[in-house]
Design a protein. Structure first.
Length: 369
């Protein structure tokens, strides 16, 4: 190796060692009483906060590679690489149990709080374990769905930086909602999701429905003559179908908007967030496209807190959405705002009465006569 290359690699190693030293150095703080107290600033306590862990993993990889090229990795403690945590969430008797390998109890506790875990499982602790905060925040988007949609025995885990999701859904109707949530989380995920089998009753109903469809060849010539006469008249049912299609198209458009961009509110407020205003504008455009369209804005909450207060909050939020639509030019006669509180949940709340799925605003499209 030429002298120039050796100098270059030495400079790289020096920069890496300086970065590592700054991130793990022990500082002393002089107390008011004149006593010295040593305060250790680890990668989780620096100005970069928890996001320093991810950076430290990259630094350690570069450091290890550089030290190995100079033969300094055998006895040097700095050559020990940090490893990501491992995590397994298991649904058992309707609650979530967490197992895993973490740096210490404090790190495990912070993850429990972030993911809103019900019960601690088996933990092992290793000093070199770090958490990927970005990955955990993405994972938190799936927790409510994992709690509500999946049957007991389902698992959600992190292994080698990848998310594994396996288990059986309680209802096949949850699948489209789950797919949408997974897509929004932008996670590198491996899934093994099973949909529940139809019950005997559902199978019987399907068979009856299929068998009840009349066959053309069984219709008599006399009946055919009557049908031909009726074809010359526009039946009332056909008019209803045209109206239903108008409503259905509008309903589908609004559903697509709210599934991709849920209506949300500022914390402890009934005011719509800036992110949700664009969705409200799109809904206003749909209603302005046809004055016959009507919409009921239905506000819902979970069961945490007093039922009367929940109903009041849901009504205020529905009114807030209505006011936003009216400000955009939609006639108030087209809009009805109703707060249902906790009366109509679509998922089971947890032990504290919390459920992100139940806290929602729905739009029910109709048509004026």
């Amino acid at each position: 190796m030429s002298l120039g290359k050796k100098v270059f690699f030495l400079l790289i190693a020096l920069v890496i060692l300086i970065a590592y030293t700054v991130a793990t150095f022990d500082y002393k703080t002089i107390l008011s009483k004149g006593e010295n107290e040593t305060t250790s600033f680890t990668s989780e306590d620096t100005m970069f906060g928890e996001y320093a862990d991810s950076a430290m993993l990259k630094i350690n990889e570069l450091k290890s590679s550089a030290l190995k090229s100079f033969g300094l990795d055998k006895d040097d403690k700095l050559a020990q690489n940090k490893e990501p945590i491992t995590l397994e969430l298991l649904k058992d008797n309707g609650i979530i149990l967490m197992n895993g390998t973490f740096k210490d109890e404090e790190q495990a506790k912070s993850i429990v709080e972030l993911l809103n875990i019900n019960r601690n499982g088996e933990y092992t602790f290793e000093e070199n374990r770090v958490k990927d905060v970005v990955l955990l925040n993405k994972l938190s988007l799936l927790i409510d769905s994992f709690k509500e949609f999946f049957a007991d025995g389902s698992k959600l885990a992190i292994e080698n930086g990848k998310v594994l999701l396996s288990g059986e859904l309680k209802d096949s109707n949850f699948k489209p909602v789950l797919d949408s949530i997974i897509a929004k989380s932008n996670l590198d995920m491996i899934t093994d999701i099973k949909e529940p089998l139809k019950s005997n009753t559902e199978t019987i109903i399907d068979n009856i429905t299929k068998s009840s469809v009349p066959k053309v060849k069984e219709v008599s010539s006399e009946s055919e003559d009557k049908l031909n006469e009726l074809e010359k008249i526009t039946p009332k049912k056909e008019i209803i179908k045209v109206k239903s299609k108008l409503v259905q198209d509008a309903q589908n458009s609004i559903n697509n908007l709210t599934s991709n961009n849920k209506i949300t509110f500022k914390r402890r407020s009934t005011n719509i967030t800036e992110e949700s205003k664009e969705t409200v504008k799109e809904i206003a455009n749909i209603l302005l496209s046809n004055s016959k369209l009507t919409v009921e804005i239905a506000g819902h909450t979970d069961s945490r807190g007093r039922a009367s207060l929940n109903k009041e909050i849901s009504q205020d939020r529905a009114n807030s959405v209505k006011a936003a639509l009216v400000s955009l030019g939609v006639s108030s006669k087209q809009i009805k705002a109703v707060g249902y509180g906790e009366d109509f949940p679509i998922a089971k709340d947890d032990a504290q009465g919390l459920s992100e799925v139940n806290r929602r605003v729905e739009f029910i499209v109709g048509e004026s006569k």
